[in-house]
Structures are given as C-alpha cells and as structure tokens.
Write a protein that binds this ligand. Structure first.
Ligand code: SF4
Length: 387
C-alpha cells in the first residue's frame, strides 16, 4: 500500500468458509462452538496449521482462532480437516450469523453456557434476516459482567438476580429469563434492522442507539462494570496471555496436553483445570509482564495494508511504557488491534515512519510525526508525557 492510500475497510470478518487474503496467505478464522476446543480439536488445529499454513495462530478480539498463512490451494483440504474435527458450520451464512461470544468463566449448565448454546443454535437455524458482517452477541451472565469492554451489539448480562437483555450503547435493557433470552435477543436484532440500523447491509447497534435511543420497553438499569483480565488462576482454570494475541501451533498442541482450552476476547487462553503452566513460546504467564501493556497489529509483511512492521518495535518499547498506561503500535490508520482510543499510539505513516498520538485512535491528529523505529528505540522517553 502506498503511504498516501487510505486503508481498505472490508465491513466483514473472515470465517473458515469465507477466508480473507492477507500478506502472508489466507486468514482462516475458526469459530469454535461455545468458544471451546477439546484436547483433540486443539491438537488437530495445531496439526492442520502446520500442514496447510505457516504454523501461526491468532486469537481474535471476538475469541475466535485465526489460522494464518494458509495456502490457497490447500483451503479445501483444510476445511475437510476442520469439518472432521467438528469445527465447520453448514455454510458461510450460518457461520457468519453464529457470532456469539460468551464469558469464558462459565460453568457447565449455568445461564451463560445454556443461553450461548441455544442462541448459537437459533442463529444457525434462522434464515429470514441478514445481519451486518460484524454484528455480534455477548452472553455474559456470570456473577459480574466481564465482557462490557468487548465489542458486541446485543448483550445478555446479569444484574443481581436478574438477567438483562441490552442493546449495545444503551444504559438500560429489559429483564429476560433463561427461556426468553434467546427469542428476545432475536427480536432485538430484528428491531435493529427494522429501525434502519443497517443501511446497505452495514451498521452497528451503538450507532443506532446514539441516534434514536433503546426500545421504549428497555428501562431496566444496567451498571457499567470494569474488568481487566490478567494471566494466572481464574475460575475454571488458568489464564495465559499470548504475546500480540499470537502463538506458534506447537504451543497450542502443548497446551492441549494440559486440558481443554477456552478462547477469550482478551488475547488469552484459559486452560481448563490447569494449575501451573509451563513457559512456552508466545505465552505470557506473569501478571506484571511489560508486554501486557502493548498491543500491535500484524503489521508488515503479514498485512497487505501495513506501511511498516509493528511488533518488534512494540516489543522493544514495552519496558518503557509508563506504568498503568498502554501503547498501541499500528501498521496503518485503521487501528485493527485497538479500534478505540489508547493513551499512546504509534501509527505507521510510511516505511519505518511513525506518528505519535496521545489519548486517541490510530487515525487521530498526531502530536509528533516522522519518528523512525530506531529513533524511538534510542529515545523511548519520547513516550513520556511532556517529552
Ligand atoms: S491496522 Fe494493522 S492489521 Fe489493520 S489494516 Fe492496518 S496494518 Fe493491517
């Protein structure tokens, strides 16, 4: 991509049946049922990644597993392998509709698991409406919500003893039960379409809510609850973060030997029932590791739109990021790794050329421009306030 070109907005996410071409081959996104891989499934995916791709796996911000570097002439063979593992939907439309994220700390038979299962089945079966490609549902019914900072359009959450269905962007919702949650969620999705939330097939719930407010019946207050995932012991097992949300397939295979795996939207994996985890390539096991303070997209050469590599720079700057803050390094103004504002952002504007933005997104007005990776490594104090 030339330095002057605007990044391309696709408006849809890759799936397994509808992969997306990237700089390192096809990106194939696997939407594991209920965000969980059995030990056999995880071993199988690791093997397929090594056989048909470049052996690198990402976890997406919606807790999907992304296989990178898949060769185009191997895609069909890969799909056959994934289907044998029970990881492929009936068709690409059903795959796209089944965009359900569930709080990873669910227990067998609890509201989160039961509603997410029923909602996934209902979205697979429904054929009379088409939602925008990125439209998604969050089922977050543990004692406290943990997904409020994760992108979703329709949320089912708990407030005390009550389940609340809420349109994203609204501060109020409507009470539901375990039985009514799924039909009510589908009705809210239809309301979104009826209200003109998706002109030309694109749109997000929070934009519609900002324009016209929630449905009139949505009057039950839902408090904002912050949550920050850290590596370590959690309900159901142990959480391991992934450096830049990526790991080699061999790491997935090694983790599979320790237990079933749950995918999370926090660039982390939950290993069910695990005590300690061994150090493995790509894993971050310490809650104070400086790499937890940086995010960086794929960058060059893996992304076709990237103007510069990102991750080596982010890794080098991580120990210098002021405590309690966050650095986002983006290969272009699209800001895939952190679509919202970050305390510090370095956006590539050309080969080895970055702009520094404070308290903004990758596309916002920079404070400093024309910074090379070498200059930033030599003078990381540039990241400090007032420098
Ligand atoms: S933000 Fe990064 S991953 Fe996204 S399009 Fe730009 S370079 Fe590619």
């Amino acid at each position: 991509m030339s330095a002057a070109a605007e990044p391309k907005v696709y408006g849809w996410c890759p799936g397994a049946l509808r992969p997306m071409m990237s700089g390192d081959g096809l990106v194939v996104r696997v939407r594991a049922p209920l965000g969980r891989l059995t030990q056999d499934q995880a071993r199988g995916v690791a093997q397929l990644s090594q056989t048909h791709g470049n052996g690198l796996l990402d976890i997406s911000a919606r807790a999907n597993l992304q296989m990178r570097g898949i060769r185009e002439d191997r895609h069909q063979e890969l799909i056959t392998g994934l289907r044998d593992l029970g990881l492929i939907d009936l068709d690409a439309q059903a795959e796209a509709r089944r965009n359900v994220l569930l709080a990873p700390f669910w227990r067998t038979g609890d509201d989160t698991q039961a509603i997410a299962r029923d909602l996934s089945a209902a979205l697979t079966a429904v054929t009379d409406f088409t939602l925008p490609g990125k439209f998604g549902f969050a089922v977050d019914c543990g004692a406290e919500p943990v997904l409020q900072d994760t992108a979703a359009d329709i949320r089912i959450e708990r407030a005390g003893n009550t389940l609340i269905l809420r349109a994203d962007g609204a501060e109020t919702g409507t009470p539901v039960t375990r039985e009514s949650a799924v039909p009510e969620a589908l009705a809210l999705a239809r309301w979104f379409l009826d209200q003109g939330g998706a002109p030309e097939g694109r749109g997000r719930m929070h934009r519609l809510i900002a324009r016209r407010g929630p449905p009139e019946a949505h009057t039950a207050a839902m408090a904002k609850v912050g949550f920050c995932a850290k590596p370590g012991a959690v309900p159901a097992g142990r959480l391991a973060a992934l450096e830049f949300g990526q790991m080699p397939a061999a790491t997935l295979a090694a983790l599979a030997d320790l237990g079933p795996l749950r995918l999370t939207p926090w660039r982390a994996l939950l290993v069910e029932g695990a005590g300690q985890l061994p150090p493995l390539p790509g894993l971050i096991l310490g809650a104070t590791d400086p790499r937890l303070q940086v995010v960086a997209c794929t960058g060059a050469p893996g992304c076709l739109q990237a103007l510069s590599p990102t991750r080596d720079l982010a890794r080098a700057l991580a120990p210098h990021v002021p405590a309690g803050t966050k650095l986002h390094v983006s290969g272009c103004t699209k800001g895939c790794a952190c679509p919202g504002p970050a305390p510090l952002t370095l956006t590539a504007t050309g080969p080895d050329n970055f702009s520094l933005i404070r308290h903004g997104t990758a596309a916002d007005q920079p404070l400093k421009t024309r910074l090379s990776a070498a200059a930033l490594r030599a003078a990381p104090e540039l990241l400090k306030e007032g420098s």
